[in-house]
Write a protein that binds this ligand. Sequence first.
Ligand code: GTP
Ligand code: MG
Length: 361
Amino acid sequence: MKIGLAGLPMSGKTSIFNMATRAQAQTRDYLVQSDEINNGVVKVPDDRIDYLASIYKPKKVTYATVEFTDIPGISSEDNKSASKTLGNIRICEAIMLVVRLFESNTVPHIHNKIDPAADLDEISLEFIFSDLEMVINKIERLQKEMKSVKKSEQIKELELMETLKKNLEDNKFISALDLNEEQLHSLKGYRFLTQKPLLLVGNCSDEQFKNEKDEKVISFKNACTERGWTPILISAATEMEISSLSPEEEAVFLEEFGITESGRNRLISEAYRLLNYISFLTYGPDEVRAWPIQAGTKAQRAAGKIHSDIERGFIRAEVIPFVAFKEKGSVANVKAAGLARLEGKEYLMSDGDMVEFRFNV
Ligand SMILES: Nc1nc2c(ncn2[C@@H]2O[C@H](COP(=O)(O)OP(=O)(O)OP(=O)(O)O)[C@@H](O)[C@H]2O)c(=O)[nH]1
Ligand SMILES: [Mg+2]
């Protein structure tokens, strides 16, 4: 699962990428825009895995992962590079939109003005126009095809495209529409920008981070809530410095400043939630591992993440909720307390289920 870092030029995308992945990609210190794309995979922090590893002392510990891709800024002045940039965002499953809140004399804002609501409008419009163009092309193609033969699927698809067109023209994102299963299915191949899960990252200064009454912070948060988007605040410059420390030094640093969770962990955990992912856990002396699944996955399907044989020969899942394990201290105690469950293939997996699958092939 790939999350694209997108936004206007000079908003701090590469800084946030470096912080999330502990990479050292070149940030922008000069006015020439680079068209380099950076990719990096990061572990999703998980206290439950840490805890299970401390109990089982396994040979191997495996966390869930997410992939970040850092995309150059969207600049509406240059059509060709904008469409290339939007194309790179299109192939991501979710978008982390970086909006600049910090002021700086040395790093100019492209419009020479820090105005988060205006920046959000600008990016939204770029997304909407790009989707609209695809929708209009599709409508034209369908109308041409339907001149010779009319199939019922085509009629339905044309209707759907007309609905999308109308809403996009009204400045509405496709994600805000109430579409049924069949419609959602028929849109799968398009990768519409305005249909993707979106997380809004306000890149602020340390002062703004601490000051809830800061005008830019308020304007950013309001603009997000109005559109139904989740905002989070990150001070990218500081977090990038913290991320360049070793994990041990970082822990000491965070404790000294009384920070409970680093910006990196917050960002990665939010991204995981944004994608509607949950984890089930497997445990034992060989490996303690988090398995990412989409919320709403059934037990038999989840088993297939481990091995297709387990899915095929699925008999039952023995489930222990992590909270019960932590409270009782051992699997034996959980069982004695009657808190372990046997579930069938239709069981909807929950976040933090510790699972042993029984199967037969
Ligand atoms: N003061 C301050 N400067 C920052 C912050 N975040 C980024 N910068 C600076 O802003 C400049 C641009 O940061 P980048 O992370 O390269 O921005 P970008 O969005 O990747 O830029 P493009 O890829 O060119 O669109 C760099 O000089 C950073 O050091 C911040 O939170 N505070
Ligand atoms: Mg960059």
